[in-house]
Design a binder for this molecule. Structure first.
Ligand code: GLA
Length: 404
C-alpha cells in the first residue's frame, strides 16, 4: 500500500494552520534563551504529574504530599510517566522581613526544602504554586514585586515546576508580567517549568509559547460532564498553538474524584491525551480504585499524549448528532483516533482513512482501551473504513497504523 509521508499527513491535518514547534518559537534542545527558558528541554512532551487543588483545595500539608509521592510510586503512576508532585494554593502564609515567602509552619513543619528532597528521593519532581499579582486566589501572598526573590527561593528549595495564577491581576499586562516571572526563573539558574494560569483571558495561545511551557486555555474544570464538554470545545480551538515545549492546558484531571461515571472519566482522559494536554492527576492517589488506576496508567493512551511529534489532536469530523471524530498524527506515521459519543445512548461510530488523513490501503487498527488489534488488513486488499459501537458519553480510542 502507499502511505503518505509524515509531513504530508501533518500538512493534510493542519491545513496550513499548525505550529509544529519549529525554532521560531522555542529553543532547540540544550540551548537556553531568556525568552524560552530552554522550553524544549523542559517540556518536550506535555508535563505529567499530580496537583493538590482539584481534590484537596486548601487542605494541603507535608503529610499529604509525602503520601501522594509514595502512592505515585506504589501505584505504578511514576513508571507510567507521572513526574511532578505540585502543591497548589494555600501552602504559603506570609513574607519574612527579608521578603522571602513563608510556608505555613503548622502544615509544613519540615519546610519546603526537606519536602522537595523527599519527593526527589522517590525519582519524582517537585512543584509549587503562586500568583502573578499581589495575592493568590485564596488570599495568600502573591509574587508581584517579588518575582526574583521568589524564583531564587524556589530554586534554593529544589522546585522544578511553578504554576502561576492570575487572581487580583487584571490591571497588569499578562505577557509582561509572565515574562518577568520567566526571566526571574532563568536568572535563578534552575530549570523550572512555568505553568501559566490566566484561564485564557489574555489570549495566551498567541504569546505564551515563548514564555511558559503550558498555559491554561479555560476557566477552572469541575468534576462533571458538562465541564468536560465545554472545555473540550474551547481547548480544541487553539490546537495550532501547541507543540514540543509549549502546550495548551485544558486544566487538571478530575478522573477519580467521584462526580462522573467510569465511561465519562475514560472519555475525559482519552480526549486530554488526544489534545496533547498536560496530564496532571487531581484525585487522591493514596486511595484510588483499581478501575481509576487503570484509567490513569493506560500506557497506550499515555503514549498518544506523550508522542514526540507533539501535535495537538483535534476534531476532524463532527457528525452533528453528538458523535465526533478526533485525530492526532503520531511520530511513527500512525494516527490516533477517538470516536467520541456525547449523547446518553450508544451510537455507532465510524471513520474512513480519508477523514483521518490517510490514503486508502491496508492498516492495523488497535483499540487502546481493549489493548487488542481489532482490525488487521495486510493482504494487499483495500481497507478504508472502521466501525464500532460507542457507549453513551464514551469513547473508542484507536491507533491506526498503515501497513505496506
Ligand atoms: C484558580 C486556578 C485553580 C486553582 C485555584 C487556587 O482558580 O485556576 O486551578 O489554582 O485558583 O486558588
Amino acid at each position: 500500500m502507499r502511505m503518505r509521508g509524515q509531513v504530508t499527513v501533518l500538512l493534510a491535518f493542519c491545513l496550513g494552520a499548525c505550529s509544529t514547534g519549529e525554532p521560531d518559537q522555542v529553543a532547540t534542545a540544550g540551548e537556553e534563551t531568556p525568552a524560552s527558558g530552554g522550553a524544549v528541554t523542559l517540556a518536550a512532551t506535555p508535563p505529567m504529574g499530580f496537583n493538590t487543588w482539584n481534590r484537596f483545595g486548601c487542605d494541603v500539608s507535608d503529610e499529604l504530599v509525602r503520601g501522594i509521592a509514595d502512592a505515585m510510586v506504589e501505584s505504578g503512576m511514576r513508571d507510567a510517566g507521572y513526574e511532578y508532585v505540585v502543591i497548589d494554593d494555600c501552602w504559603q502564609v506570609d513574607r519574612g522581613d527579608d521578603g522571602r515567602i513563608v510556608p505555613d509552619p503548622e502544615r509544613f513543619p519540615a519546610g519546603m526544602k526537606e519536602l522537595a528532597d523527599y519527593v526527589h528521593d522517590r525519582g519524582l519532581k517537585f512543584g509549587l504554586y503562586t500568583d502573578a499579582g499581589p495575592k493568590t486566589c485564596e488570599g495568600r501572598p502573591g509574587s508581584l514585586g517579588y518575582e526574583e526573590i521568589d524564583a531564587n527561593t524556589y530554586a534554593s528549595w529544589g522546585v522544578d515546576y511553578v504554576k502561576v495564577d492570575w487572581c487580583h491581576s487584571d490591571s497588569l499586562s499578562a505577557p509582561v508580567q509572565y515574562a518577568k516571572v520567566r526571566q526571574a526563573f532563568d536568572d535563578s539558574g534552575r530549570d523550572m517549568v512555568l505553568s501559566i494560569c490566566e484561564w485564557g483571558r489574555n489570549l495566551p495561545w498567541e504569546w505564551a509559547g515563548e514564555i511558559g511551557q503550558l498555559w491554561r486555555t479555560t476557566a477552572d474544570i469541575r468534576d462533571n460532564w458538562a465541564s468536560v464538554l465545554w472545555i473540550l470545545e474551547a481547548n480544541n480551538r487553539h490546537h495550532e498553538a501547541a507543540g514540543p515545549g509549549h502546550w495548551n492546558d485544558p486544566d487538571m484531571l478530575e478522573v477519580g474524584n467521584g462526580g462522573m461515571t467510569f465511561d465519562e472519566y475514560r472519555s475525559h482522559f482519552s480526549l486530554w491525551a488526544m489534545m496533547a494536554a498536560p496530564l496532571i492527576a487531581g484525585n487522591d492517589l493514596r486511595a484510588m480504585s483499581d478501575e481509576i488506576r487503570e484509567i490513569l496508567t493506560n500506557e497506550e493512551v499515555i503514549a498518544v499524549d506523550q508522542d514526540s511529534l507533539g501535535v495537538q489532536g483535534k476534531v476532524v469530523l463532527d457528525r452533528g448528532y453528538g458523535l465526533q471524530v478526533w485525530a492526532k498524527p503520531l511520530a511513527d506515521g500512525s494516527v490516533a483516533v477517538a470516536l467520541f459519543n456525547q449523547r446518553d445512548a450508544e451510537m455507532e461510530g465510524s471513520i474512513s482513512w480519508h477523514e483521518i488523513g490517510l490514503d486508502a490501503g491496508p492498516a492495523t487498527v488497535r483499540d487502546l482501551w481493549a489493548h487488542e488489534e481489532v482490525q488487521h488488513v495486510d493482504d494487499g486488499s483495500i481497507a478504508t473504513r472502521f466501525r464500532r459501537p460507542v457507549s453513551g458519553h464514551g469513547v473508542v480510542m484507536l491507533r491506526v497504523t498503515p501497513t505496506s
